[in-house]
Design a protein around this ligand. Structure first.
Ligand code: PLP
Length: 401
């Protein structure tokens, strides 16, 4: 059975051109880029080229790019560096809907004496800048927000967040893992000090990422050891991964404009047709300020996991919540923070497209989804006939929040 892959916010297919670019660095050019000999030097040149390619995607200078092993490492490094830069300040501001690669760092920092403010979001998953302004103090070391949410695709007004953070002298970190390659970025005109990206979300392999560090930012490395990455990240470079990320960044720069238009058109058709064909479903999150590739839809009275299993039988890959929390059967912390009702919390799934997604794939999803939802609802004890029961259930859940 052919796979219809609509889970691109979890990971992406490696572009064949990226594979071609990286392969020689697994076979022929295996030298250490730090070596004195020409054999290693050639490899060093490839790393330099890749750094420029990534810098260009972000509108940054080459010297502002530090290669990492993944988005998680980038986030951990950025947060630790930012708080070390102003050790007297003991307050951090983030949002309630961050990725676990950020949230779990703060959980630990809270144990180490930091106060963390988790900004709330509204029903559309958007931030309230007034709440941010009210939370900022002269004790705030860091403001850290995602650029776009992995579950809903909602895009935050990060530059306005950054302006406020700067007024209070706080560092500003942005987890842009879902935005790099999907929307244009320009660090030259930005308020961002530190920005995280990850290769496997933009058609490079897993296990490679990059951290943008603004020139002049008082940076402290997370991994200590050799002097690689100009002392900012020790460890012999993952050269094939770095070359791959460089190539992927170049390709994203090249394809972005056309990919945005195409994915948005396909996503909108998928979304609008599902809303039309299936009763009692709705889109979660701000439909305007949103990534062009993502739609998160709540189907009332059924379980998102049951929909995913049914889709899986047709070879269709989608997701409920984030891949990192799935399996827990806990409803998504993102949708919960949006205050969505019980049935939507449990009945939501995400489709995330890529530049490889085709019209025919979208048609296939549209052909099978109404039947899947109808079958599951017929089996569900929570169908609309049971709305009184459900109302009580929702109130009970709301009361516990
Ligand atoms: C995937 C993801 C990460 C983690 O990146 P890895 O490279 O898998 O560690 C962090 N933040 C967001 C928003 C993500 O979507």
């Amino acid at each position: 059975m052919t796979v219809i892959y609509l889970d691109n916010n979890a990971t992406t297919k490696v572009d064949p051109e990226v594979v071609r670019a990286m392969l020689p660095f697994l076979t022929e050019f295996y030298g250490n880029p730090s070596s004195m000999h020409t054999f290693g030097g050639q490899v060093g040149k490839a790393v330099k080229t890749a750094r420029s390619q990534v810098a260009q995607l972000l509108g940054a200078e080459d010297s502002e790019i530090v290669f990492t092993s993944c988005g998680t490492e980038g986030n951990n490094t950025a947060i630790r560096a930012a708080i070390a830069a102003q050790p007297d300040r003991k307050h951090i501001i983030t949002t309630a809907v961050e990725h676990p690669a950020v949230l779990n760092v703060y959980k630990q920092l809270e144990k180490q004496g930091y106060t963390v403010t988790y900004l709330s979001v509204d029903g559309k998953g958007q931030l309230d800048l007034m709440e941010l302004e009210a939370s900022l103090t002269g004790n705030t070391a860091l403001v850290s927000t995602m650029y776009a949410n992995n579950e809903t695709g909602v895009v935050f007004p990060v530059e306005r967040v950054g302006q406020l953070a700067k007024e209070y002298g706080a560092a500003f970190h942005v987890d842009a893992v879902q935005v790099a390659g999907k929307l244009p970025l320009d660090m030259k005109t930005s308020t961002i000090d530190l920005l995280t990206i990850s290769g496997h979300k933009l058609h490079a392999p897993k296990g490679i990422g990059a951290l943008y560090v603004r020139r002049g930012f008082r940076f402290r490395p997370f991994l200590l050891g050799g002097h690689q990455e100009r002392g900012r990240r020790a460890g012999t470079e993952n050269v094939p991964g770095i070359v791959a990320l460089g190539k992927a960044a170049e390709l994203e720069s090249l394809h972005m404009k056309e990919a945005i238009a195409r994915e948005r058109q396909l996503r909108d058709r998928l979304e609008q047709s599902l809303l039309k064909a299936i009763p009692d479903c709705e889109v979660n999150g701000d439909r305007k300020q949103r990534l062009p590739n993502t739609t998160n839809i709540g189907f009332k009275y059924i379980e998102g996991e049951a929909i995913l299993l049914s889709l899986n039988q047709y070879g269709i890959c989608a997701s409920s919540g984030s891949a990192c929390t799935s399996g827990s059967l806990e409803p998504s912390h993102v949708l919960r923070a949006m205050g969505l009702p019980y049935t939507i919390l449990h009945g939501s799934i995400r489709f995330s497209l890529s530049r490889y997604t085709t019209e025919a794939e979208v048609d296939r999803v549209l052909a099978v989804m109404p039947g899947i939802v109808e079958r599951l609802r017929a089996l569900s004890p929570f169908n609309s006939d049971a709305s009184d029961w459900l109302q009580g259930r929702e109130e009970a859940v709301l009361a516990t929040r």
